[in-house]
Design a binder for this molecule. Structure first.
Ligand code: ZN
Length: 299
C-alpha cells in the first residue's frame, strides 16, 4: 500500500492568520482533537515577535504545555531567526522549520532580514544546536506577491548554500497559491536532480483552488510528506491576497479514496474542522467536507 504522511500545520499557519486572539485553551483543544484523530506530526506554533504576529504571543506556553502533556508526539515549530530557535528549544521543541523566502522582498517583509542575514542565523543555529532536526521552509518557492512568478531556475541555485550546510530536508512552500501542477513537477524534478540526498516536503495554499491538484502532483512525483491545515484555515499575514491552505480533511479523504494509507480518522477530522469553524468564526477556510451537513461516507 502506498503511504503518505500529512503534517498538520494549522496551529501555526492557520491560527496566525486569525486577527482575534484565540484562547490557548481552544488551541490545546484543537491540538488534542488532531492527536485523537491520529495526527502525529503537528506544527504547533511559531516563535516570532509578538509585535509582528500577536496571535503567536503564547508560543512558549503552548509549546511547553504540549511537550509536557503529549509525550511521544513529534511537535515542531516554525522559527525565522536565531532568537526564535533558542526560545523554541528552551520550551522543549526538538524539531524546527526554519523559514526563508526565495524572494528577497518577501523575506524582508516576513522576517525583517536580508537573505544573507537569514542564512547567517541558520548557520549559527546548526552550529550551536547540532542535535536539532531542521527543515528549511522555502517560502514563495513558486511565486511572490512582490516579485511575481519564480521558477526552478531560481530555486536550485538559491538552495545550494543551504544544502552545503548539511540541511537534509526542504519544504517547498507555495505561500500565495500561485503554482500549477506542471511547475510543481518541474521544480521537484530539478531540485531532486541537483540535490538527490535532500528530502522534500510540499506546502501549498489553496488561493486559486489548486491546492489539491498541486499537492497530488507532488505526491505522484514521490513526495510523501505533505503539509495542510485543518479546515483549510490559513493565509499569510505578510503576503497580500493569500487565502486558506489546503484542508487536511479534504486531502486525507481524497488520498484514502485513492488507496493511500494514512492512519487518520477522517470522520473525526471533519468533526474537528467543524468545531474549529464554530470556535474561530473569523477564520478564512478553504475546506469543503466540513461544510457538508452529514459528511461523506468513509470507511
Ligand atoms: Zn503557508
Amino acid at each position: 500500500m502506498k503511504s503518505v504522511e500529512i503534517l498538520e500545520v494549522g496551529p501555526r499557519d492557520g491560527f496566525q492568520n486569525v486577527a482575534e486572539y484565540i484562547p490557548i485553551e481552544t488551541k490545546v483543544q484543537i491540538i488534542e482533537g488532531l492527536l485523537s484523530a491520529g495526527m502525529r506530526q503537528i506544527q504547533i506554533t511559531s516563535f516570532v515577535s509578538p509585535r509582528a504576529v500577536p496571535q503567536m504571543k503564547d508560543a512558549r506556553e503552548l509549546a511547553e504545555h504540549c511537550v509536557r502533556n503529549f509525550p511521544g508526539v513529534d511537535f515542531f515549530a516554525l522559527v525565522p531567526n536565531l532568537r526564535g530557535a533558542e526560545t523554541a528549544l528552551e520550551s522543549g521543541i526538538r524539531r524546527l522549520s526554519y523559514v526563508v523566502s526565495l524572494s528577497g522582498s518577501h523575506n524582508r517583509a516576513n522576517t525583517s532580514r536580508t537573505h544573507e542575514e537569514s542564512f547567517g542565523e541558520l548557520v549559527h543555529i546548526l552550529k550551536d544546536y547540532p542535535q536539532v532536526e531542521v527543515c528549511l521552509d522555502l517560502a514563495t518557492t513558486f511565486g511572490c506577491p512582490f516579485e511575481g512568478k519564480k521558477s526552478e531556475e531560481d530555486v536550485v541555485p538559491f538552495l545550494k548554500p543551504y544544502v552545503d550546510t548539511g540541511i537534509g530536508e526542504v519544504n517547498l512552500c507555495d505561500t500565495i497559491g500561485i503554482a500549477n501542477p506542471a511547475q510543481v513537477r518541474r521544480t521537484i524534478a530539478a531540485v531532486r536532480n541537483a540535490y538527490p540526498s535532500v528530502e522534500l516536503q510540499i506546502h501549498i495554499h489553496d488561493t486559486r483552488n489548486m491546492g489539491m491538484v498541486n499537492t497530488l502532483a507532488a505526491i505522484e512525483q514521490g513526495v510523501n510528506r505533505v503539509q495542510s491545515t485543518l479546515g483549510g484555515l490559513g493565509g499569510c499575514p505578510f503576503a497580500p491576497g493569500a487565502s486558506g491552505n489546503l484542508a487536511t480533511e479534504d486531502l486525507a479523504f481524497m488520498l484514502t479514496e485513492m488507496g493511500y494509507e494514512l492512519r487518520l480518522d477522517i470522520r473525526k477530522l471533519i468533526e474537528l474542522a467543524r468545531f474549529q469553524s464554530e470556535k474561530i468564526p473569523g477564520g478564512r477556510y478553504s475546506g469543503h467536507l466540513f461544510t457538508i451537513e452529514d459528511g461523506p461516507e468513509t470507511e
